[in-house]
Design a protein around this ligand. Structure first.
Ligand code: SF4
Length: 406
């Protein structure tokens, strides 16, 4: 895979050495067992896959290069480039401004922009409406484009099935930048509706089967369906795509559920299913699949707790937390500083969107085992920082240096 020029502050020689060693041993990426770092009283099981993905490194390289190559120019990002506060703050400190927040609320009015301003499209991509807005302001919308190719792959898939008269069902978070962009691109070709979870998929199923009157559709899916969506005719042929970072098991369950409803409603057979249900397979990206599989592999090992590092608004990271929470006490932290001491941690409860403070999070026992992973937008340097911080609670910091040298 292509390598990118990412600022060295985000790298970790320790983590790079571990990743390279695993890669050499398992080139086909079939082994999802964690790397065991046994420090005696502390054992860390490090996920097989975690950290910066292709799309994030691509976006960071383009954004930092743009800043370096354009001194004196005003540089804007449409919104957060990726969902990691450290990377975003580094860009802000270099003079970059965000035009919108992550929910799409305007922070800098469009009227402030001049034709010679630089506007960078983030890794999530953007909507056709925003592209048009930039064009009207005399700014070439895709000149500085960091949209991840795996997001564009979803747009292409939606376009392909849309051109065959399938309605597109997007499994995604309606307010997430990527889902807003996918929705915009898809609805340019075909009727489109966003479902955020199984509950909404079941609601949609009720419209497909006719259990719910079509007249209610516009209210139930307000803001999540394309203008003029007609539930009587737009749910005859459907296909499911997803936001690239959703939980793989949930996306699969939703696609299977919709398929079953189509089969039952229209009396389909194996031979006729493709007439009404497009085979999209899943459109999750490789990083989401690898990172979630690595967490599943890691959870097969006995452990006391899990630590997941990443930005609190990061979708892919929250799904790693969700997987860990099913089995273990899990602490979602944005950086090493959240680990205050052996007996206290600041962490994030993404279900209730609130920061928490927990005491005695490390059990008192002969050997404490911690599962450790991070999201696709989290610099490896932060994961190394977490390892060092945990070691410091046992006065074992020096062992991290020995590991780095080994
Ligand atoms: S998580 Fe996947 S889709 Fe998102 S930026 Fe990374 S590689 Fe691209």
């Amino acid at each position: 895979m292509k390598t990118f020029n990412v600022p060295v502050i985000y790298r970790s020689p320790l983590i790079t050495a571990i990743k390279n060693k695993r890669k050499q041993q398992d080139r086909m990426k079939k082994d999802f067992t964690p790397t065991v770092l046994d420090f005696g009283p502390l054992k860390i099981l490090l996920a097989r896959h975690f950290g910066f993905c292709y799309g994030v490194e691509n976006a960071i390289e383009i954004a930092f290069r743009t800043v370096d190559e354009n001194p004196g120019k005003r540089i804007f990002l449409l919104s957060e480039m990726i969902h990691n506060p450290h990377v975003n703050n580094d860009l802000l400190s270099r003079g970059v401004q965000f035009l919108m927040d992550t929910s799409g609320k305007q922070l800098v009015p469009w009227t402030e922009l001049q034709p010679d301003d630089i506007v960078i499209v983030p890794a999530f991509g953007t909507t056709l409406e925003i592209e048009k807005q930039l064009e009207q302001l005399g700014i070439e919308p895709l000149k500085y484009n960091t949209t991840c190719p795996f997001v564009e792959r979803v747009w292409n898939k939606a376009e392909q099935i849309g051109q065959k008269d399938y309605t597109v069902i997007v499994h995604g978070k309606p307010k997430h930048e990527e889902t807003r962009a996918t929705f915009s691109h898809s609805k340019a070709n075909t009727a489109t509706v966003v479902v955020k979870d199984m509950k909404e998929a079941i609601l949609l199923g009720e419209f497909i089967s006719g259990q719910r009157p079509a007249a209610e559709f516009a209210t139930v899916f307000a803001g999540q369906s394309s203008p003029g969506f007609d539930a009587t005719k737009d749910l005859q042929r459907v296909g499911v795509v997803n936001q690239t970072t959703m939980l793989a098991t949930e996306t699969q369950a939703i696609a299977d559920y919709i398929k079953d409803v189509m089969v039952a409603t229209f009396g389909l057979t194996e031979a006729t299913i493709s007439e009404r249900f497009a085979d999209t397979r899943d459109t999750l990206c490789y990083a989401t699949n690898d990172n979630q599989s690595a967490v599943t592999g890691m959870l097969l090992e006995p452990a006391d707790l899990a630590v997941v590092v990443g930005g609190y608004n990061s979708s892919n990271t929250s799904h790693l937390v969700e997987l860990c929470e099913e089995k273990l006490p899990t602490y979602f932290v944005s950086d090493p500083e959240q680990l205050v001491s052996k007996s206290a941690v600041h962490h994030y409860d993404f279900h209730h969107k609130e920061e928490k403070y927990t005491e005695n999070f490390l059990p008192e026992k002969e050997q404490v085992t911690i599962l450790l992973t991070s999201g696709a937008s989290c610099p490896d340097a932060l994961v190394e920082g977490v390892i060092r911080k945990l070691l410091s609670f046992y006065q074992l910091e020096h062992l991290a240096d020995e590991l780095a040298i080994a």
